[in-house]
Write a protein that binds this ligand. Structure first.
Ligand code: SAH
Length: 349
C-alpha cells in the first residue's frame, strides 16, 4: 500500500512540524520515544505519515527497518480505541462503537454521499453533560472528555477504510467543553486529507469555549451553532444550557466569528412538530439572524422518543418564510437512521 503523501515531493519545514504534532497525539509518546531511541530523528515522522495515510498497522510501514516495525508492533499500541461494534446502513453510512482503554463508549459515523463526498462525524466526549431534551446522547451518563488521540483515532479508523474529505464535530459531546483536545485533533486532519475549511465544529453555544475559539484559533475551521429555537423561553425549555448562556450573547459571539473570518456560521435547527416549527418561530428567526452572517440548516428530527418530527409540509413552510427574508436555508439530508447513526441518535450502553 502506498500512502497518499508519497510523491508529493520533499516536505517543507512547516509540514514537518505539523506532522510531528500529529504524530504526538496518535500514540503513547513516551513508549514511542523509548522504542525509537537510537533511531534517526525522522523515524517519528515516518510513522505519522503512514498512519495519516491510512496504514492499518506498523507492519505496513515498509520504510522502517523490519526489527523496528516488530518492536513497535509489540510495544506501542496502534490506536487508543478498540472497535466494539460496527453497523452499516442501507444508505452506505457506517457507524462504529469504540471503547476507550478505560472502557468508555465512543461513537462515530462515516457518511457517504452520492457526489463522492466522504464525511466523518466525530465525538469529542463520551456521553455529554448537557441535557438537550431531543438528543439521545444527553440522556446517557456523561463519562469524560476524550483525549486528542481518542478523537483523532476515530477519524483514522475511517481513513483506513477509504479516503475522507470532510469532518464534522457533531457526534457525542460538546466540543467547546473540550476545546484543546478537539483543536489538537483538528489540526492534524489535513494530513488525513481533510482541510480546515472542510472541518466544522458544532456547539450549543458554550460561551467560554466559543470565545476562545473565536479569539485564538487562526485556522479557517468552520463553526456551526445548534440554535433550535428563536427565543430564550423556548430555547431554555428544550436546551437547559440556554439558562446559562442566553441567546443574545451566543448569537453575538457567532456574529463576531462570521465578521472576523468572513465565513458564515451554520445554524442548526431541528424541526420538532408543534414545538419550534411554526410560521411564528420562522418569522422570529428572520428577526434574529443576519443573512450576511448566518445560514440555516433545518434538520428533520431523528426519533429519540421525546418528540414527533415535523411533517415535510411544515418544514417546507418554515423554509419558505426564511427564503422570503433571503436567509439562506437548506434541509439536511438524513443519513443512517436505520442504524440509529443519525444526528442525536448516538447513545451507547
Ligand atoms: N454538542 C454539539 C455537538 C453535537 S452536534 C451541538 O449540539 O452542536 C449534533 C447535532 O445534532 C446538533 O445540532 C444537535 O442539536 C442535533 N440533534 C440532536 N438530537 C437530534 C435529533 N434527535 N434529531 C436531529 N438532530 C438532532
Amino acid at each position: 500500500m502506498v500512502p497518499r503523501w508519497v510523491g508529493r515531493g520533499p516536505l517543507r519545514a512547516r509540514d514537518n512540524l505539523e506532522r510531528a504534532r500529529g504524530y504526538r497525539v496518535v500514540v503513547d509518546l513516551e513508549l514511542l520515544a523509548e522504542t525509537l531511541a537510537g533511531e534517526p530523528p525522522y523515524r517519528a515522522r515516518q510513522v505519522w505519515e503512514w498512519t495519516a495515510g491510512g496504514a492499518a498497522s506498523y507492519a505496513e510501514m515498509t520504510n522502517l527497518p523490519a526489527a523496528l516495525r516488530a518492536a513497535l508492533q509489540e510495544r506501542v499500541p496502534f490506536s487508543s480505541l478498540e472497535v466494539a461494534h460496527e453497523a452499516r446502513s442501507q444508505d452506505g453510512t457506517v457507524k462504529v462503537l469504540f471503547r476507550t482503554r478505560d472502557g468508555h463508549p465512543v461513537e462515530s459515523v462515516l457518511m457517504r454521499y452520492r457526489d463522492g463526498r466522504r464525511s466523518v462525524c466525530l465525538s469529542s466526549q463520551s456521553g455529554c453533560p448537557l441535557t438537550c431534551t431531543f438528543c439521545a446522547t444527553g440522556q446517557m451518563r456523561f463519562r469524560r472528555n476524550l483525549t486528542a488521540s481518542e478523537i483523532l483515532d476515530q477519524a483514522l479508523h475511517f481513513r483506513r477504510i477509504e479516503p475522507i474529505d470532510h469532518v464534522v464535530f457533531m457526534g457525542m459531546g460538546e466540543p467547546m467543553l473540550n476545546l484543546d483536545a478537539v483543536l489538537d485533533a483538528a489540526r492534524c486532519l489535513p494530513d488525513l486529507g481533510v482541510t480546515h475549511r472542510r472541518t466544522t465544529i458544532s456547539t450549543v453555544g458554550w460561551l467560554p469555549g466559543l470565545r476562545r475559539f473565536v479569539d485564538e484559533v487562526d485556522e479557517p475551521i468552520r463553526l456551526a451553532l445548534s440554535l433550535h429555537a428563536p427565543t430564550d423561553a423556548l430555547r431554555s425549555e428544550i436546551m437547559p444550557v440556554n439558562d446559562r448562556y442566553p441567546l443574545d450573547d451566543v448569537l453575538a459571539e457567532c456574529a463576531r466569528y462570521a465578521q472576523l473570518r468572513g465565513r458564515k456560521v451554520f445554524v442548526e435547527y431541528v424541526m420538532l412538530a408543534g414545538v419550534n416549527d411554526g410560521v411564528e418561530q420562522a418569522e422570529e428567526l428572520t428577526r434574529i439572524l443576519d443573512p450576511k452572517l448566518f445560514k440555516v440548516n433545518l434538520i428533520p428530527y431523528n426519533p429519540t422518543g421525546m418528540y414527533d418530527g415535523s411533517p415535510r409540509a411544515a418544514i417546507a413552510r418554515f423554509k419558505s418564510v426564511l427564503d422570503r427574508s433571503h436567509i439562506p436555508a437548506t434541509v439536511r439530508l438524513t443519513r443512517g437512521r436505520d442504524i440509529a447513526a443519525a444526528c442525536g441518535q448516538l447513545a451507547a450502553a
